[in-house]
Design a protein around this ligand. Structure first.
Ligand code: GDP
Ligand code: MG
Length: 332
């Protein structure tokens, strides 16, 4: 097969040494392999991850979320360039369940992050299309480990504001940052309380020009709203900041807050990551079990009948579930 340097091929397993040396093409190939759903690729990815794992864990893991149009891409570009100026390297990964529908809506974002994408200190990877939110998040977590093994000292995981993916991202990062728009009013822009509770940092974007004053008000509103939420960590009180990705105001302060959070968590970060890894194991098991259950021919046959019986009210859903589980567990 002809080698195509610009289109990473999952069939070609990258060398661990190349990834560890920070070879970006090897890293890109590793992530392609990780994202592949083919069983032989999956096996190769597992082997690769096992070798990379001892070299992972060195990055500050940051999750970034916010509604479409809030300014995520613009912020990440400004923030990333700021970090590079300060001597860091940064990998940006995206969890975007909507891309599963549109076939890669986030592609346009790469152009928004043009300057950042050009820098050798950065690595930007859009989310894989064609998978459900859970599947994307699973693979993103592994991609994050690969980026760490490649030596990136900051990993940013971006997601778009749709509940489920936010929880998944919060579950894989050290700090979850929620971006919000200036203005909005009483309902706090319809941002669900559950998502607010995930945020260690809330950042009001676009605090420049005519939006500067509304941004200040929004910041005060969120400070008030956050003070009403029950504390989720004894180590950190969520903070609200405002910034402008256009003129750079407040960008340095966002990083300072992240550094302060890292310092506050020093003694408990290993525990937090350990708990995340354990939760991930159970998620994996759940997904694997469901996948093999769905792939089981006898279960499928019974399921079709039982679904009908459940619809017709002839059997209760829980009794039908028990029957299916019985068929699954009794298989050879
Ligand atoms: N005035 C101002 N506009 C911004 C700022 N950040 C983003 N925008 C604008 O907001 C729009 C959406 O930004 P984008 O980064 O694509 O948002 P995303 O959908 O969350 O990734 C674009 O038109 C940006 O130019 C900012 O700091 N100040
Ligand atoms: Mg964007």
């Amino acid at each position: 097969m002809a080698k195509q340097p610009d289109s990473p091929d999952a069939d070609e397993t990258p060398r661990v040494a190349d990834i560890l040396a920070g070879d970006r093409r090897a890293l890109a190939r590793a992530i392609t392999l990780i994202e592949s759903t083919r069983p032989d690729h999956r096996a190769a990815a597992e082997t690769l991850l096992e070798e990379l794992l001892p070299h992972a864990g060195g990055a500050v893991r940051i999750g970034i979320s916010g509604a479409p149009g809030v300014g995520k891409s613009t912020f990440i570009e400004a923030f990333g360039l700021h970090l590079i100026e300060a001597g860091h390297t940064i990998a940006v990964l995206a969890v975007d369940p909507s891309s599963a529908l549109s076939g890669g809506s986030i592609l346009g974002d790469k152009t928004r992050m043009e300057l950042l994408a050009k820098r050798p200190e950065s690595f930007i990877r859009p989310s894989p299309a064609g998978q459900a939110a859970g599947g994307v998040a699973r693979r993103t977590r592994e991609a994050m480990l690969a980026c760490e093994a490649a030596g990136f000292d900051i990993v940013l995981v971006e997601t778009v504001g749709v509940g489920q993916s936010e929880a998944a991202v919060a579950d894989m990062v050290d700090l979850f940052l929620l971006l919000i728009q200036p203005g909005g009013g009483d309902d706090l822009q319809g941002i669900k309380r559950g998502i607010m509770e995930l945020a260690e940092l809330v950042v009001v974007t676009k605090a420049d020009g005519v939006l500067e004053a509304p941004a200040r008000h929004t910041k005060a509103d969120y400070e008030a709203a956050l003070s009403l939420l029950r504390a989720t960590s004894p180590h950190w009180k969520p903070r609200v900041l405002a910034c402008s990705a256009l003129n750079g105001d407040g960008i340095a302060e966002v990083w300072e807050a992240i550094v302060a959070h890292k310092a506050a968590l020093t003694d408990v970060l290993a525990d937090k990551r350990g708990a995340q890894a354990r939760a991930w194991m159970w998620h994996e098991l759940q997904d694997e079990l469901m996948a093999s259950l769905r792939a089981d021919g006898r279960v499928a046959k019974q399921a079709a009948k039982l679904e009908e019986a459940v619809s017709d009210g002839k059997i209760s859903p829980s009794a039908a579930a028990q029957k299916l589980l019985g068929v699954f567990l009794a298989r050879d």
